[in-house]
Design a protein. Structure first.
Length: 579
């Protein structure tokens, strides 16, 4: 058990329970109402466990049980654990998109922590938006916190072939649309692709964000790589519970961990792992909550000099997260990258990053490649700019066909997802493999919430010709499990009058990934005329959270946080702790 130091009386929770007055008496009696007594709280730190479990979130199905393991660890270390359920952002069930509610969960986490008798927090997340949301809220609250990743599910399997969530769904669905597989075969893929609880086992957004959390120093060493169904995940949960109690008395708060150095580490590791394009909006938002002014240009700079060494789908061709764990996991990958990392960056373990990497070993050099033999010579993402995206857009070059990294072709424009869906399987659609598909009005305001519509389906007509990739552009996002020549997060978005709103079908679009450019070859006089004819779309919401979202959401290049929540915005730099 962690010994109670002399400053235990100075715990934040003591303000609620220690005074000999009527208000504190009420707090104590209401805990007694639930069967607790002074042996349960007293001089013990109160640990909030923010649990994102729900019956509709398969990524977090095991959290209903893991929360008990976290509590066990807190109790072993002499703390008092309390579970606080928070919104569960299920990627598979929540419409129109979980991205609409990322900031909602961030606000909920911050206010729950600030408003309750809490000394520190364990954040239980993993499904795509829960990781950045919980971390953003906890950064703003400012109390000691530690993140517990949900862990990836086991490898999928269909007739002896390993399936990767998302990536193989897209692949086999295209084959079904092309008439190459039967309905029964498709059902077999459905049944075999998700075999356990846990988040996607490709290196999609979930694995990207938990790896970023670990490389920021916010998890215990190795926590992000453990498969959800592995017994090591149970043991890690208890360790997290024990460690957060120690952090309280070390006063190890987020501001001592999330610094420019740790953000640079996270950016480097994101690029080296073949991260999701969604890493852009989340990492920028998390960094800015901590007062680190990360930009798209910073991410592109890291991408130019950081090779991908994690041979995991969708950037890799064969392996999945279970293979990554057995190959040594993120600790082993970071050890391979240590010459490019700030090893003195502090972590929640209480040790600097360099010390946490001691003894890390790569057990399979085809899964975790050496720097001398990467799977792609640059990092996961590239940022393009030009007259089509003056504030930037992103592409994942390692996951698209090489022929499309430099491309020029006519636009085929869709103004909405329903319009695109209705046309895409039409055999008479006027489209060729050289066309550039464009979907607009799908950004932060236009979506609303910037849905994962950016991996536009290849027209059936083109699939039947044998093509499996073509250039696609949108102000939407795409799933981190997606692949292909998809250019996303176009900023400013079309809904607010960005240049994407001015593109017409037939306009020639030129993309040059090596030179980081994206332009529509339309003269300025024509564009000015179209701009004058453009009208502002109607607001999507007239009330509630959606109305607040539409009024305060920032653009993709700024992380899609609310304008009143970044650290440098007035009171958001540090709310008074009045309780």
């Amino acid at each position: 058990m962690c010994p109670m130091p002399k400053n235990a009386d100075q715990l934040r929770s003591a303000r609620w329970f220690a005074p000999d007055d009527l208000r504190a008496s009420g707090h104590r009696s209401r805990l007694m109402q639930m069967g607790y007594d002074a042996k349960d709280w007293g001089r013990k730190p109160i640990i909030a466990i923010l649990n994102t479990w729900s019956d509709l979130n398969p990524c977090h199905a095991h959290f209903k049980h893991r929360v008990e393991d976290v509590k066990r660890g807190v109790l072993q270390a002499g703390g008092f654990p309390v579970e606080l359920p928070v919104q569960s952002l299920s990627e598979t069930a929540l419409k129109p998109t979980t991205m609409l509610y990322r900031n909602f969960l961030a606000m909920e986490a911050e206010e729950l922590l600030r408003g309750h008798p809490i000394d520190g927090a364990v954040l239980m997340g993993g499904c795509d938006k829960t990781t950045p949301a919980l971390i953003m809220g906890a950064i703003s609250a400012g109390f000691p916190m530690i993140f517990l990743p949900a862990g990836p599910m086991l490898r999928g399997n269909y007739k002896g072939e390993h399936l990767g969530s998302g990536s193989d769904a897209w692949k086999y669905w295209d084959e079904r649309r092309a008439g190459n597989i039967t309905e029964d075969q498709w059902t077999g893929v459905e049944e075999g692709i998700a075999r356990s609880y846990g988040h996607c086992m490709t290196f999609g957004t979930a694995s990207t964000m938990t790896a970023i959390a670990e490389s920021l120093g916010l998890t215990l060493p190795g926590a992000s790589s453990i498969p959800a169904a592995d017994a090591n995940h149970i043991r890690m949960s208890a360790r997290v519970g024990r460690r957060i109690v120690e952090m309280i008395f070390e006063d190890l708060t987020p501001d001592k961990i999330i610094t420019e150095k740790s953000v640079e580490n996270a950016t480097t590791i994101a690029m080296a792992t073949g991260c999701s394009t969604n890493a852009v909006v989340h990492l920028i938002a998390m960094a800015r909550r901590a007062g680190v002014p990360l930009t798209l240009d910073d991410l592109d700079k890291a991408g130019r000099k950081t090779p991908i060494i994690a041979n995991i789908r969708p950037s890799g061709k064969q392996y999945l997260m279970e293979d990554f764990y057995y190959a040594g996991g993120l600790r082993a990958l970071m050890a391979e990258m240590k010459q490019r990392l700030h090893l003195d960056a502090m972590t929640v373990s209480g040790f600097p990053l360099g010390e946490t990497l001691q003894g890390a070993v790569v057990y399979n050099a085809d899964v975790i490649r050496p720097l001398s033999d990467p799977i792609y010579h640059e990092g996961s993402l590239a940022v393009l700019k030009g007259n089509l995206a003056p504030d930037g857009c992103v592409i994942k070059p390692s996951a698209c066909e090489e022929r499309l990294r430099v491309h020029e072709g006519p636009a085929l424009v869709f103004d909405s997802y329903p319009e695109m869906k209705a046309a895409i399987d039409d055999d008479d659609l006027d489209v060729s493999a050289d066309h550039v598909l464009v979907l607009r009005n799908a950004g932060p305001k236009g979506g609303p919430g910037m849905p994962e519509w950016g991996m536009l389906p290849i027209p059936k007509k083109i699939l039947k010709q044998g093509y499996r990739d073509m250039l696609r552009i949108s102000d939407a996002r795409m799933s981190g499990t997606s692949y292909g020549a998809c250019i996303l997060h176009v900023a400013p978005e079309s809904h607010i009058g960005g240049p994407l709103a001015l593109v017409r079908t037939g306009d020639i679009i030129r993309v040059d990934v090596p030179n980081r450019s994206i332009d529509m070859l339309v003269d300025e006089e024509t564009l000015a005329k179209r701009r004058a004819e453009w009208t502002v779309p109607a607001d999507k919401y007239e009330r509630g959270y959606g109305w607040m979202f539409s009024k305060h959401i920032k653009q993709a290049n700024d992380g899609c946080d609310f304008d009143f929540l970044e650290k440098d915005f007035g009171a958001a730099a540090g709310e008074p702790d009045i309780f």
